[in-house]
Design a binder for this molecule. Structure first.
Ligand SMILES: [Cu+2]
Length: 349
């Protein structure tokens, strides 16, 4: 996996459209870029190459993608919590309802690089669904994709609501729909994703999102945000990823740092939706955070500046920045960082 991913950014720049097409990247519209002296060395085996990161050929001169054309912007996804349509059942319980549509969407994941994604509600990651423990949840899934899909929630629920093939409604065909109904439990930060085979591809194409169940007594007020860590296997070889991202677009928070206030409590709902790589890590500069694995307990397990999550793992990071200024966060797996999984917090008074 190493060489193909390391050479992706360099390779697409050198080979242009034809080369990118050979790599499986559709619709590359940018003209071939000449390789500068730095990039000429970056595809090789030496350390520190990895395509040159945010200064490399694909992102040179701060080029960014067209968020408007994509239909979503990672800066907005960060703090976008979808509480659904809320009503009360006769017994007083809260009912929350959502409509989620799967669709096939071409997303510009790097300047001039388009990726044929499968999405929930047209974005990567899908909407962040949020509720409180004990609510009744109804999620109507509409499959407007050309491919069969499901919605599988990490939660405690009946077998027929599990969103896997051959159980209950099983696979929802193209044009079909189904309403998943289950109780919101247990509290914590979870994920949902499609569960149709080939499973890794159905997830990696973009069919995943965050599912937050708040505890009965809400957590203390904070500046809350969601970070979904994921990657893009643009060669579709199922071996590693060529780009990595938080909330959809590689390097996005390098270009648009996450603005937070000094000394204000910041709560990050961190989810690892990565396929084709077994683990990811999260590291914050100039600070330490309390970590709550899966968010299912109210006591942190660790006070650290780096945590590791395997595929499907998630947790809550809580921190206050004591100093103003610009602080990096990134995967401490440096290869992932240099292929997109890095950004900044901008701390102001
Ligand atoms: Cu699917």
């Amino acid at each position: 996996m190493g060489e193909s991913r390391r050479q992706f950014l360099l390779g697409s720049a050198l080979l242009g459209t034809a080369g990118a097409a050979a790599l499986g990247v559709r619709g590359v519209s940018a003209a071939p870029l000449p390789a500068g002296p730095e990039e000429a060395h970056s595809g090789g085996a030496h350390a520190g190459g990895h395509g040159g990161g945010v200064s490399g050929p694909t992102f040179r001169k701060g080029a960014v993608v067209d968020h408007e054309a994509n239909g979503f912007d990672p800066t907005e996804i960060l703090r976008d919590f979808d509480y659904g349509r809320v009503s009360r059942l006769p017994d007083g319980r809260v009912l929350r309802e959502w409509d989620i549509a799967a669709a096939d969407v071409d997303v510009e994941i790097a300047p001039g690089v388009r990726y044929p994604a499968w999405t929930f509600n047209g974005r990567i990651p899908g909407p962040t669904l949020r509720c409180q423990e004990g609510d009744l949840l109804r999620v109507t899934f509409i499959n407007a994709s050309m491919h069969p899909h499901t919605m599988h929630f990490h939660s405690i629920h009946r077998a027929e609501m599990d969103g896997v093939p051959d159980i209950g409604p099983g696979v929802i065909p193209s044009g079909g729909s189904f309403t998943y109904e289950f109780d919101a439990q247990p509290f914590g930060v979870h994920l949902y994703h499609c569960h149709v085979g080939p499973l890794a591809e159905h997830i990696a194409r973009g069919l995943y999102g965050t599912f937050i169940v708040d505890p009965p007594q809400p957590r203390p007020p904070a500046d809350e945000m969601v970070m979904v860590m994921h990657g893009y296997n643009t060669t579709f070889d199922g071996e590693g990823n060529q780009l990595y991202a938080v909330n959809g677009i590689p390097f996005h928070y390098m270009h648009e740092p996450i603005r937070v206030r000094r000394n204000e409590l910041v709560r990050i709902y961190l989810v690892n939706a990565l396929e084709y790589d077994p683990i990811n890590t999260f590291h914050v500069h100039g600070n330490f955070f309390d970590y709550y694995p899966t968010g299912t307990r109210l006591q942190p397990s660790e006070y650290t500046d780096t945590i590791m999550q395997a595929q499907g793992q998630r947790g809550i990071c809580e921190l206050r920045f004591p100093y103003t200024g610009r602080f990096m966060f990134h995967a401490h797996k440096t290869e992932f960082a240099e292929l997109g999984w890095m950004g900044f917090f901008e701390v102001t008074e």
